[in-house]
Write a protein that binds this ligand. Sequence first.
Ligand SMILES: Cc1cc2nc3c(=O)[nH]c(=O)nc-3n(C[C@H](O)[C@H](O)[C@H](O)COP(=O)(O)OP(=O)(O)OC[C@H]3O[C@@H](n4cnc5c(N)ncnc54)[C@H](O)[C@@H]3O)c2cc1C
Length: 378
Amino acid sequence: MADRFDVIVVGVGAMGAATCWELARRGIRVLGLEQFDIPHSRGSSHGYSRMTRMSYFEHPDYVPLLRRANALWRELEQASGEKLLHLVGGLYLGPVDGPLVAGSLRSAREHGLAHELLNRTALARRFPQFQVPDDWSAMLEPEAGFLLPELAISTFVTGALRRGAEIHAHEEALSWHADAAGVRVVTPRQTYHAEKIVFSGGAWSQHLMSDLEVELNVTRQILGWVWPRAWESFQLGTLPGWMIDRLDGSVYYGFPMITHSPGMKVALHAPLQPADPNRVERGLLPGDEATFRPGLQRFMPGADGPLLALRTCLYTNSPDGHFIIDHHPRHERVILAAGFSGHGFKFASVIGEVLADLAQLGTTQHPIGFLGLSRFRP
Ligand SMILES: Cc1cc2nc3c(=O)[nH]c(=O)nc-3n(C[C@H](O)[C@H](O)[C@H](O)COP(=O)(O)OP(=O)(O)OC[C@H]3O[C@@H](n4cnc5c(N)ncnc54)[C@H](O)[C@@H]3O)c2cc1C
């Protein structure tokens, strides 16, 4: 088997799959190494749907990346014939000066994004599924919706393989070395050599990069599916993607019912229990359902029906909740993408392009300065 490549990508989840696709379609010899199946349900990229938004409440600096991400999702759809990005709209509920609505409005206004602000009366008329305090508002944006994560990863990988990438599942990168001559990666099967290495190891990133000097906090998260009591009101076409402000930096969020799984998906977006990805309980624990159930009871009583499924998933939280995309501080040949802090999937297409740029050219035109490691240095 070949042992020399231009680039080795360690971790073929969301970001690694997108990077393999992007490198392969540039004609670059890429090897992708994945320790489990492709795709799998032990990391951060499973559960049938991922929300995408444009008016990013987290920070307006993400908006240019989101614009490019959606253009690239559409390119991937064209190239593959698969439908991956479903723009069914996004509805963000909370006090108008709370972090969710105010942050979304700021991004929308700063970047001239289409949106509507609904007061409590307009919200009750248009979306009677929600019961919120009288002084709350909602922002509605058309360029939001959901992506299909398992299908997206499969589509990236299939496209990459068809364009000459080599991708190996069940082959863990055990160790690596980088010096002026190149990089070396050792697996249980073989030693590989390349010019550059991209680490996209998700929740295992700190295992691969113990010398990063930034703490990545992995947490065990819960996804739930319920059968809404008034199910007709929660179907695709009736309900957009939605988020509800909890006013403490966290939100309840969910999706209209889609055909890939029965019922309506709902979750709490906040780092939950600290976890080790190799030892985390992937079965259920008491209290798992209680992470999201109160949100339904309080704000969406018509959806507060029987439970259909629960799944665990992992967040890899950076110290400030923003992504980390950079060269390794001591190794120019090593590129890192980690700390996606529970909101990275929608960006996977553009992160793939950014990482391919960094591996191929050493730099990128994309505005990623705010995601660099230097922000953590004193
Ligand atoms: C419950 C939940 C809900 C979420 N909801 C949303 C949402 O609605 N919208 C959104 O945009 N984002 C959301 N996210 C976040 C998003 O899904 C993640 O940010 C994204 O999927 C992370 O991708 P990744 O490539 O970093 O990690 P992963 O997809 O987990 O990939 C990392 C891969 O690296 C592999 N790996 C690690 N170490 C090695 C090694 N040594 N050798 C070989 N392979 C290795 C792992 O096995 C894994 O496959 C959610 C996340 C969770 C957990």
